[in-house]
Design a protein. Structure first.
Length: 647
């Protein structure tokens, strides 16, 4: 390995002050709430002992969930009339804090409050909320979220489970018609769940009204499956050992009419169906959009787990020595350039994702409060999908890198990283498979194009589409005035100075996004001109392009959020470090896409080498403050559960 100048750690007092400033900046408006929760939660609740078998892990997780409830955690984001506290956005912030501990507890809590409770809260009527939410909050009712089917996966609109109304008894019959229609991977199904929020096709008088949700009891007070309910246990999984995932099948199960969560679809006693949303497709998308909180939460928790992994890896690197200098001085591995290049850019990304998550949470709360129009709601869904995919992909890649960065130590369960890599793996799959989410983001970006294409010749279409990209798709989401100023400043800098100019970074990411979306828009225009029998294959040929568009869009949005976070941070050491971290995030993102820029002559080979050299320099400079930067991530030492990370 190549050595760099030995890092000079800040004095302990300076380190503490810098760490506190960075943590406050990263938490943003949720800092006081998050810090209070970190201090209130204890290791007994948050840290699962190493080496448990599956039954012990499940028992520990359920007991920890009950201890968690005693802290008031389950009241966050629930209605005040039931003793709820804080806002919906605060419930996501709480989930992020939980994500710095054991992920089995995090996910089991999410199943109970966010998914099962969230379905009742968002899809049910006032009477249904009064009937069930108090039991959800105090764990008198442990519930499941029965959406996914074994044979359908991400294709929720094609669920086979049927919910058929029987007017003669004023009941619904819930039925699983095939083996592939079994509800699968369902948390709380194998052991603890007594009720399930079940999604299926609502059939009234022979008419299929699309996917709706109904609450179905599945176990009696002794834990036995009720008549017509067939429960299975997925057993030992690749991770999340403490979550009792299982299958549910329904064999002509009768459920009272009042159990249909009917905010968007009501069935009267005589069998008359009504809905405030007439169009079936719109009704389906509206129902799913009310559950976007879970997608935002999973992305945030995945990022929190990665911060924990980075904290472990950095602490190890600052203690571990390997080889010596020619004069016989032992070398800490954090001193090696290659080790810095592994860890420091990911610390920068941790901050970048944290600021982007804060902006998304604020947007979510604004929409939940009734602010914004349909466009704002659509953009929220697009960004929630994109950031969830970006954060969970980063989590999987970075946790594996952290494991490798700790060598053989990292492979020992007592050091926490193998459990983290195993538990976070599935975050790329649930609450929306990342591949599917990237397509959803791209579709959202193109939503304004089609209306502009009617009766236009090719030249006018290009002009109109380019205007859409420039004026709508690239409208800056945050820090508009700050970014405009930075771009203006960058334009006056020399070629060498531009490499560390944030305005230039923004321009490069905007240019890449604009070009990719313009090209995709032109391709999609040609697809829609084809006969319907040919459209699928033509659309299929655009999938890689759609994924590129989604990634480029999120890269730009995340950088803007980072710049906004800096603008809200007071002048001082923390702000100076954040600027360097932001530069490192932007340059790393640009360098990761160097082939794209070089192929289009956006910059040349010498400039590309200059970017690589700037990244190395920033990594070395930031290593001087790496302890404080890591402490600023907000992972409490009591939650690390790692021998090599002990102070």
């Amino acid at each position: 390995m190549t050595t760099t100048i030995n890092p000079t750690p800040a004095a302990p007092r300076d380190r503490a002050a810098l760490a506190a400033g960075l943590r406050a900046a990263l938490d943003g408006e949720f800092h006081e709430f998050k810090q209070g929760l970190r201090e209130r939660l204890d290791a007994e609740t948050m840290v699962r002992p190493v080496g448990q078998d599956i039954d012990t892990a499940r028992e520990w997780t359920t007991n920890s969930l009950r201890r968690l409830t005693e802290t008031g955690y389950n009241t966050v984001g629930m209605p005040e009339e039931f003793g709820g506290t804080e806002s919906f956005a605060h419930s996501i912030a709480a989930f992020e804090v939980l994500g710095t501990g054991d992920l089995s507890l995090t996910i089991k809590s999410g199943v109970q409050s966010g998914l099962f409770g969230g379905a009742i809260l968002n899809l049910g009527n006032d009477e249904q909320r009064r009937r069930w939410l108090p039991g959800v909050m105090n764990l008198d009712i442990l519930g499941c979220y029965g959406m996914t089917e074994l044979g359908r996966g991400s294709d929720v609109q094609s669920l086979e489970t049927t919910i058929t109304y029987l007017p003669e008894t004023e009941e619904f019959e819930v039925h699983t018609p095939t083996d592939d229609a079994r509800k699968a991977y369902i948390g709380n199904a194998a052991k603890d769940g007594h009720m399930a929020a079940v999604f299926g096709k609502l059939i009234v008088d022979g008419t299929d009204h699309g996917v709706h949700c109904i609450v179905v009891p599945i176990r009696d007070d002794e834990g036995n499956a009720l008549e017509g309910i067939e429960l299975g246990d997925h057993g030992h999984k690749g991770g999340l050992l403490g979550v009792d995932n299982g299958t549910i099948a329904f064999h002509h199960v009768r459920v009272p009419r009042e159990n249909l969560l009917d905010r968007y679809g009501h069935v009267s006693a005589d069998g008359t169906y009504s809905s405030p949303i007439e169009r079936r497709g719109k009704r389906f998308s509206t129902m799913l959009s009310t559950l976007v909180r879970g997608r935002i939460s999973v992305g945030g928790a995945g990022a929190s787990a990665t911060r924990r992994g980075l904290t472990i890896a950095v602490r190890h690197a600052l203690k571990r020595t390997q080889f010596t200098t020619p004069t016989g001085e032992p070398v800490h591995i954090m001193r090696y350039q290659l080790h810095q290049r592994k860890l420091v850019p990911e610390l920068a990304r941790a901050y970048a994702f944290g600021f982007a998550q804060n902006e998304l949470m604020k947007s979510f709360q604004a929409v939940a409060d009734g602010e914004g129009d349909e466009t704002a709601q659509r953009e929220l869904g697009t960004h929630a999908a994109g950031l969830k995919a970006a954060q969970t992909r980063w989590a999987n890649d970075t946790l594996q890198m952290c494991r490798e960065a700790c060598g053989g130590y990292g492979y020992m369960a007592e050091n926490g990283l193998t459990t983290l890599t195993a538990d976070a793996d599935v975050f790329a799959t649930f609450e929306g498979d990342n591949t599917v989410l990237s397509q959803l983001v791209a579709r959202g970006l193109l939503s304004g194009f089609q209306a502009s294409w009617s009766n236009l010749d090719m030249l006018e279409t290009v002009r109109r589409s380019a205007a859409l990209v420039s004026n709508r798709l690239l409208e800056r989401t945050t820090a508009k005035a700050t970014i405009d100023r930075l771009v203006s400043i960058a334009s006056r800098k020399s070629s060498e100075e531009k490499i560390l100019a944030r305005g230039w970074h923004v321009e490069l990411l905007e240019y890449r996004e604009k070009r990719i979306i313009e090209a995709l828009g032109m391709r999609m225009r040609e697809v829609l001109k084809l006969d319907k029998s040919e459209q699928f294959e033509a659309m299929n040929q655009c999938q890689n392009h759609m994924a590129d568009a989604a990634a480029a869009h999120m890269d730009r949005v995340i950088l803007e959020a980072f710049i906004e976070g800096i603008s809200e941070t007071e002048e001082g050491h923390a702000r100076e470090v954040l600027i360097k971290l932001c530069d490192l995030y932007a340059l790393s993102t640009i360098h990761d896409n160097a082939t794209w820029y070089l192929e289009r002559s956006v910059y040349d080979g010498p400039r590309s080498r200059g970017i690589a050299q700037a990244i190395e320099k920033l990594c070395a400079e930031l290593t001087d403050d790496i302890e404080a930067i890591t402490d600023g991530l907000g992972v409490e030492e009591k939650f690390l559960n790692s021998v090599i990370a002990q102070a």
